[in-house]
Write a protein that binds this ligand. Structure first.
Ligand SMILES: CCCCCCCC(=O)CC(=O)SCCNC(=O)CCNC(=O)[C@H](O)C(C)(C)COP(=O)(O)OP(=O)(O)OC[C@H]1O[C@@H](n2cnc3c(N)ncnc32)[C@H](O)[C@@H]1OP(=O)(O)O
Ligand SMILES: NC(=O)C1=CN([C@@H]2O[C@H](COP(=O)(O)OP(=O)(O)OC[C@H]3O[C@@H](n4cnc5c(N)ncnc54)[C@H](O)[C@@H]3O)[C@@H](O)[C@H]2O)C=CC1
Length: 309
């Protein structure tokens, strides 16, 4: 009995000391995902710097975080609006913004990257940060579709590099896929699992395989919905209603594509098609390509498959 108690205490202590290591977080990319990740990290008491190369995007992200927090507190503090206001201010005090990643990673325990879904751009960023970040700093990518090992190969810290794949909208979605690439050390993986739990999320462990778990299943489904529409076998409205009322999904595939962003969706599909051109699951979609070429990127740009203005 005493032995069992001792083991539990040791387990809790070692787990706590691992997550205690991650207090200061740099989130790079102030778009849909980066803003959400910064929000949940700040809400759970982490010190967060949100980085984007575009200052206007950063200002918009900070405003977006504040209004998302207000939605959360409206329900959480329904009877105590003043306590809710105090909570929002406290969380906002945990977040600052910057345009120069190199200057802020020097005091970071964890860097979470959520920039454009492009391997070369991600590699360029991590290669530069690797030279200035402290030894202990863990790097993680929120990529939807790229191999973590390929991104990590731009650095000299393969053991301190893993995947943290969040879901949109981050404040609402409970899941995080934690990806252990071949080079990721067990200690890094454990720290990322602990960090995810400290955010109040539910982690699942993933291998570094294309699409991890969710996107390996979700992307073919969404693309097949687009092909059904392209073949004229259903209107987008009917397909969306069918999947919501017939399969119990909260959004139909076209609503979800607009919500994710059509540019990001196209980056994912094009990347997989380039690697595996004989796989019909990932063949390009003319209609998606056309919408992206017209700048119709979904909800974030005001129009995609649907109009939002
Ligand atoms: C082909 C390539 C494709 C590749 C895709 C790959 C992308 C990836 O790598 C992985 C992904 O993230 S895939 C996307 C995963 N996300 C989903 O599937 C979301 C599906 N939608 C939902 O769960 C709900 O509609 C949702 C939770 C969004 C909204 O809930 P409802 O439907 O009930 O609608 P609302 O009435 O708007 O919301 C109800 C209440 O929820 C709270 N809330 C919603 N959004 C929020 C947010 N952003 N921040 C804070 N609170 C939020 C809020 O309390 C709201 O109530 P009100 O404030 O009164 O409106
Ligand atoms: N949109 C979604 O539903 C999901 C996206 N992801 C992944 O998260 C990442 C980001 O996606 P989103 O937030 O949707 O994209 P987004 O387009 O909303 O935001 C990307 C941001 O990164 C910034 N950026 C680009 N290069 C940069 C650099 N070198 N340094 C600093 N900032 C830079 C851009 O200015 C932009 O604000 C992608 O890898 C995507 O695959 C993962 C899960 C869900």
């Amino acid at each position: 009995m005493a032995f069992a108690t001792h083991r539990i205490v040791r387990t809790l202590t070692s787990s706590a000391s691992r997550s205690a290591a991650i207090k200061r977080v740099t989130v790079i990319g102030g778009g849909l995902m980066g803003a959400g990740i910064a929000q949940v990290a700040a809400t759970t008491g982490h010190t967060v710097v949100l980085v984007d190369m575009d200052e206007d995007i950063l200002k918009k992200s900070i405003k977006g975080i504040e209004s998302s927090l207000k939605r959360v507190v409206k329900k959480k503090f329904a009877d105590k609006p003043e306590a809710g206001e105090e909570f929002v201010q406290k969380v906002m005090n945990n977040v600052s913004m910057a345009t120069d990643a190199a200057s802020v990673v020097k005091s970071s325990d964890l860097v979470v990257e959520a920039i454009v879904e492009n391997l070369k751009v991600k590699q360029g960023l991590f290669s530069a940060l690797d030279k200035v970040a402290p030894e202990h700093t863990i790097f993680a990518s929120n990529t939807s579709s790229l191999p973590i090992a390929d991104i990590a190969s731009s650095t000299s810290r393969l053991d301190r590099f893993g995947g943290l794949h969040f879901f949109n909208p981050v404040p609402m979605m409970k899941l995080v896929e934690v990806i252990k690439a071949p080079g990721t050390s067990q200690q890094t993986f454990d720290s990322l699992m602990d960090f995810t739990k400290a955010l109040g999320k539910h982690p699942v462990s993933c291998k570094d395989t294309p699409g991890f778990i969710v996107n390996r299943l979700l992307v073919p489904y969404m693309l097949e919905a687009v092909r059904l529409y392209e073949r004229g076998h259903g209107s987008k409205e009917d397909i969306d209603v069918a999947m919501k009322l017939g399969a119990g999904y909260p959004m139909g595939p076209f609503e979800l594509l607009d919500y994710v962003g059509l540019d990001t969706s196209k980056f994912i599909i094009d990347g997989w098609y380039e690697k595996d051109p004989d796989n019909p699951l990932f063949a390009p979609s003319p209609i998606l390509n056309k919408l992206v070429a017209e700048g119709k990127l979904g909800k974030k740009s005001g129009e995609g498959f649907y109009k939002y203005k």
